[in-house]
Design a binder for this molecule. Sequence first.
Ligand SMILES: Nc1ncnc2c1ncn2[C@@H]1O[C@H](COP(=O)(O)OP(=O)(O)OP(=O)(O)O)[C@@H](O)[C@H]1O
Ligand SMILES: [Mg+2]
Length: 349
Amino acid sequence: MAMEPIIEAQALTKRFPAKKQKTTAAQQPPAVADLTFQVARGELVAFLGPNGAGKSTSLRMLTTLIPPTAGTARVVGFDILQRPADVRARIGYVGQLTSGSFSQRARDELLSQGAFYGMSKHAARRRADELIDSLDLGSFAARSVQQLSGGQKRRLDVALGLMHAPPLLFLDEPSTGLDPQSRANLWQHILELRRSHGTTVFLTTHYLEEADRYAERVMVMDRGRVIADDTAARLKAELAGDVISLGFDTPADADAAMPIVAALTDRDVRREDAASVTVTVPDGDALLPQAVRALDADGIRVQRATGVPPTLDDVFLALTGRTLREAGEGEPAEEPADDASAEQTGASR
Ligand SMILES: Nc1ncnc2c1ncn2[C@@H]1O[C@H](COP(=O)(O)OP(=O)(O)OP(=O)(O)O)[C@@H](O)[C@H]1O
Ligand SMILES: [Mg+2]
């Protein structure tokens, strides 16, 4: 018999009250609409989507921080509405907003967290020192939290979420604002947690290459709805595909090449510029030499051929017609997705 899923969301929906304007809550689109999915024990799932898509709202419902407007979920075997305390005791959660207002020292903060989860002093010390080591907190572990930089605080936040080694960990943008070395360390730690404890990890990120590389499953959310849910490799192969570009000596050659490439690929072939064409195909590695041979056989010399593998952004583009960067609820474009500065107020743990 299959094991019970560790997360089982059933039509989870969240509508926030309308702002002052005339719109009523009923007219306003829900922040999260009809979210239904399951996560098996031990999975590593990345939740992607533009700003305002509803990722944090989903996580906050699943962690019992806010009640859904409709629907429900079972998390670690307990209903989030009926048994919120049981859910909370068995999960770790690192919110998107950083804490930062503590006057305790970073290491003491970790020990308090351990005590809160009922760890013995000895176990808490051992675990804190392990995390200080692996997340590289050593240089500031004795400093008070108020004095830490944004990235240092973020690493401490993540360490706090990992203190009691819960079976299920929710991380809302754990790597946002970290330098590349710290991001890599954090990921090594997450992967190690899974290897050694079988921890299930459900996280959000705006770093597509992270999701692509480390997550075994990617859920894409847009406007409150999950619009794709699969491995990154399958999403890319099925929805996006490799972009092949072929360059020729003359525009006349490009003209002649278009129907040949179209027949070979059964896809729309587009003109890239006067003397080159482009086509998106599921398996570029195989197609590229075939196309060159077919054109050659017709006396058309291919002067340049490249194949670019798709990214998860291409997947989002294929699904929505927008890039992830464009899609963020009309927020100012100058706000980079990897900038933590917008997220530094308030505590959500
Ligand atoms: N407390 C709240 N009150 C009113 N509206 C809210 C509240 N929290 C979130 N929203 C709205 O719900 C929608 C989803 O927000 P949410 O924070 O879940 O997005 P997100 O996917 O986490 O985005 P980001 O990538 O920017 O973190 C947005 O339109 C947001 O403005
Ligand atoms: Mg968010």
